[in-house]
Design a protein. Structure first.
Length: 235
């Protein structure tokens, strides 16, 4: 990976002629994303993210932390012990420059050193699973990192609304994927193109079934205005 997402984050923070990120998926056209959005404070966050931060307690792991905005809010405003991880070196470098005390380049599947009371997997947290078949692997890993009584706060969206309806009112879904929420993502930044990667949107019922299969209780905490939701998983 060229780490274009991290490069954009770093450029924005260091004022190195930042540009918008161009995103495109297997079911949507190119779209511009302002990098500034990744630097939002608590008051600028969507209600689902605010609710997750309100529920966060104890020792916290922020998975896929990006520029570190969630970690900073918890660390600075609530004085909580937060470890932030991301696979992007430049994102972690930026999070550290912004003041996140514990930030490291790490894939969640390789993380083993400690256990947590709250694990945050936000901004379509299920995206990192990539494909439906990977859910068990990721959920069992997250479960293994929980302290007794701990919680996983994860969000996603049901993207069935993005597909065309047929005459019977059913949805026309391409057959090449096992599940309609499996997308391929492309990112461009400053004329460079990142390698395509898999990204997963999970409807709540599918997440709930996967959680139960892994010995986790699943609760719907909040539904957003656009088919999105926040769920709490616990043992």
């Amino acid at each position: 990976m060229k780490d274009l997402f991290g490069k954009a984050i770093f450029d924005f923070y260091t004022n190195n002629s930042p540009e918008d990120i161009i995103t495109e998926t297997s079911i949507s056209e190119e779209d511009e994303m302002s990098v500034e959005y990744l630097f939002r404070n608590y008051n600028e966050m969507p209600k689902i993210e605010q609710k997750a931060l309100q529920l966060a307690q104890g020792k916290i792991l922020d998975v896929g932390c990006g520029a570190g905005s969630h970690a900073l809010s918890l660390q600075n405003e609530r004085n909580l012990d937060v470890t932030a991880i991301d696979i992007s070196e430049k994102a972690i470098e930026t999070a550290q420059l912004r003041g996140v005390k514990k930030a490291e380049v790490k894939n969640i599947l390789d993380f083993e050193s400690e256990k947590f009371d709250t694990i945050l997997v936000l901004m379509n947290g299920t995206g990192i699973f990539g494909k439906l078949k990977n859910c068990n692997n990721y959920l069992s890993k997250l479960k293994s990192l929980l302290n007794p009584g701990g919680q996983i706060l994860i969000d996603s969206s049901d993207i069935i609304y993005m597909f065309d309806e047929d005459e019977d009112g059913g949805k026309w879904i391409p057959s090449e994927n096992d599940y309609y929420g499996e997308l391929t993502f492309n990112i461009k930044y400053k004329g460079e193109k990142e390698e395509s990667f898999d990204w997963l949107y999970l409807d709540y019922n599918t997440l709930q079934n996967a959680a139960i299969a892994n010995g986790l209780k699943c609760e719907l905490i909040l539904e957003g205005e656009h088919y999105d939701y926040l769920a709490k998983l616990s043992v």
